[in-house]
Design a protein around this ligand. Structure first.
Ligand SMILES: Nc1nc2c(ncn2[C@@H]2O[C@H](COP(=O)(O)OP(=O)(O)OP(=O)(O)O)[C@@H](O)[C@H]2O)c(=O)[nH]1
Ligand SMILES: [Mg+2]
Length: 192
């Protein structure tokens, strides 16, 4: 994808501040600290566009990034880090549910998983839940640079087996840029 422009346009907690221009949207969903914001920066070749942090819980609102004036990459707040209270967890669920339920312009979602981590109940719930919205879903395996190619292959196979997902995850590294072309290809397929 040739990037002509990429801009942060809105930060929202509910529908009142979502963009009104009806451009298609691709949502990024995953645990806190997996690298959702870094993925956006790598995709659009802009290091500091989305704020990132080594501390989990950096992105707390729904952030919209308009690319080439044609579509949005939507950075959703990460879930599942220890410091979060039950109440915050509920407000996260409400925020994300509210976004997906009420957003016909969402063309698809990228589920972002840390390539190193075992997946568990949280991921199963995530796939069950996102399956309800009837949108195409592509899994991205981030931080692939931290694994050998053997480890990566075996974790990819394990993910497919444990979560019964049809398509293989796309390995990706924000630091090395690995997988960028493939992620763009998948995004293009989800756009109208
Ligand atoms: N080695 C490596 N580090 C990465 C990669 N992607 C992200 N990181 C690092 O992981 C940490 C978290 O990245 P973020 O992009 O802020 O993660 P996030 O998913 O947006 O986190 P929240 O906003 O808390 O939900 C940062 O320290 C990044 O530099 C990657 O592909 N490789
Ligand atoms: Mg973030």
């Amino acid at each position: 994808m040739k990037i002509k422009s990429a801009e942060f346009t809105a930060s929202a907690v509910d529908g009142r501040s979502f963009p009104k221009d009806r451009l298609p949207e691709i949502a990024l969903i995953g645990r806190s600290n997996v690298g959702k914001s870094s993925l956006i920066n790598t995709l659009v070749n802009r290091k500091g566009l989305a704020h990132t942090s080594s501390q989990p819980g950096k992105t707390r609102t729904i952030n919209f990034y308009r690319v080439n004036g044609e579509f949005y990459l939507v950075d959703l707040p990460g879930f599942g880090y220890a410091a979060v209270s039950r109440e915050e967890k509920r407000s996260w669920e409400k925020m994300i549910d509210g976004y997906l339920e009420d957003r016909p312009s969402v063309g698809g979602a990228l589920v972002i998983l840390d390539a190193r981590r075992e997946t568990g109940e949280a991921e199963e719930l995530l796939y069950d839940w996102i399956g309800r919205f009837n949108i195409p879903v592509v899994t991205v395996f981030t931080k692939a640079d931290k694994l050998s190619s053997n480890e990566l292959a075996s974790n990819m196979a394990r993910l497919k087996r444990d979560l019964h997902i049809a398509a293989a995850p796309v390995p990706f590294s924000a630091t090395k840029g690995t997988g960028k072309v493939m992620v763009w290809k998948k995004i293009r397929e989800m756009l109208p």
